[in-house]
Ligand binder design. Structure first.
Ligand SMILES: C[S@@+](CC[C@H](N)C(=O)[O-])C[C@H]1O[C@@H](n2cnc3c(N)ncnc32)[C@H](O)[C@@H]1O
Length: 198
């Protein structure tokens, strides 16, 4: 690792500092030691998720469930926006890294990470994983979404979108997502508070 931090801007709301960690932490700074875990703010799928959070999260007091948390970057971002986040990952090493990143980002009281899924429902559910995992987990993911919540799915390319929409739309009363794109990558957002598109 370099002895100089790498700074990654994710406009309009976040700045990611990737080790070392003497960086000043403020309400927009996410401090990461990624280790081998995925999610340092440079990948388009992660960046679109952070931007969707900044755009669609309630002003404060919301609960977020982060499926496939990796470094914890999205959970930490949610905490920086005033929420509380629970992240899960199948990778136990990622869980430890995410917890450490929460401490380094000064949000340790508002994020928690585990390999087991929590009970209950959440105002926002975000999952930046590959298509096959998203389709397999669809019923479990939708079951964690509050009735007026927001679901953010990413890690998709354009050819993945029809299959993922076809899997999730019936579980969400037939509603269609908003689709955001950046280069080859796509992010789907269902805002259940928004009027369904015709
Ligand atoms: C592309 S990374 C996303 C990391 C971070 N959330 C981000 O947005 O940058 C996907 C993560 O999902 C995890 N993952 C893969 N399959 C999973 C599953 N079935 N359940 C939970 N996590 C899973 C991987 O270990 C990996 O950390």
């Amino acid at each position: 690792m370099s002895d100089r931090p790498t700074l990654v801007e994710v406009p309009p709301r976040f700045r990611v500092v990737i080790g070392p960690w003497d960086a000043e932490v403020d309400e927009r700074t996410i401090v990461l030691c990624p280790g081998h875990a995925f999610g340092d703010g440079r990948h388009e799928s992660t960046r679109m998720c952070l931007q969707a959070l900044a755009s669609f999260a309630p002003r404060s007091g919301f609960r977020l469930f982060d499926v496939g948390c990796g470094t914890g970057i999205l959970s930490i971002g949610a905490a920086k926006l005033g929420g509380e986040a629970t992240g899960v990952d199948i990778d136990t090493a990622a869980i430890a890294i995410a917890a450490e990143n929460g401490r380094r980002s000064a949000v340790e009281g508002r994020v928690s990470f585990a390999t087991t899924w929590p009970n209950g429902t959440f105002d926002i559910v975000v999952a930046n994983i590959l298509r096959d995992v998203l389709t397999e987990l669809a019923p479990l993911i939708v079951a964690r979404l509050a009735p007026l919540g927001t679901l953010i799915l990413s890690g998709l390319v354009s050819t993945d979108v029809p299959e993922v929409v076809a899997r999730y739309a019936p579980l969400l009363a037939g509603r269609r997502p908003e689709i955001f794109e950046r280069g080859a990558w796509r992010t789907l957002v269902w805002r259940l508070t928004a009027r369904p598109s015709p």
